[in-house]
Design a protein around this ligand. Structure first.
Ligand code: AMP
Length: 178
């Protein structure tokens, strides 16, 4: 059976986590409001650990389960940096699957709705021409699978990634473990 001290300590940790807010992690008000609208009341563990480090401009390697809030952990610092220095073709998120690319894009669009974020999803199995048109509009964030992105880098005139400021490489945990 756990001792009273251990139980008190556990409660302390939980209370500590509850009192952490997106604002206390350094997230700007407009993005805190976006989190509220998504009913994200408090930051998740990976968000508490990653957001302040990313906001300070550091590189991050994070390991977290599906459903842990890891997309928010990298999307919020990228959106905040974009707010501070608005720029087209600002960030690239590479994902292993098409489904994940669309899910990540949805979260960027939801968190960035009030700041006018423009995303493009570039994945295989979709029309190259409409993707090339989306890239020509120079979105702020590209969410892509590697093969189709390489195809556009080779074949889509005028498209390059020279202006990128943020790169996220998302991999499936099962691939790391195996
Ligand atoms: P992810 O692990 O990034 O795939 O996120 C899984 C789900 O958790 C998504 O539906 C998010 O909208 C949601 N989510 C992310 N961060 C939070 C948070 N701080 N509070 C509540 N839900 C969250």
């Amino acid at each position: 059976m756990a001792s009273k001290d251990a139980l008190d300590k556990e409660l302390e940790v939980e209370e500590g986590e509850k009192s952490t807010t997106f604002k206390s992690l350094g997230v700007l008000d407009v993005l805190c409001e976006a989190c509220e609208q998504l009913k994200w009341k408090t930051p998740s563990k990976i968000q508490v650990e990653a957001i302040p480090v990313a906001l300070a401009g550091n590189d991050i390697i994070g390991l977290a389960e599906t459903g842990s809030g890891k997309t928010g952990a990298f999307a919020l610092p990228i959106l905040q940096a974009l707010l501070e220095t608005p720029q087209k073709l600002f960030a690239l998120i590479l994902t292993p699957t098409r489904e994940l690319a669309y899910q990540i894009s949805e979260q960027f669009e939801a968190l960035g709705a009030t700041i006018g974020i423009k995303c493009a999803v570039i994945v295989g199995g979709m029309d190259m021409v409409s993707q090339a048109m989306a890239l020509a509009k120079k979105p702020h964030v590209i969410i892509a699978t590697p093969g189709r992105l390489a195809d556009h880098l080779e074949n889509t005139k005028g498209f390059n990634l020279r202006s990128l400021k943020y790169l996220v490489i998302s991999v499936l945990t099962s691939n790391i473990m195996s």
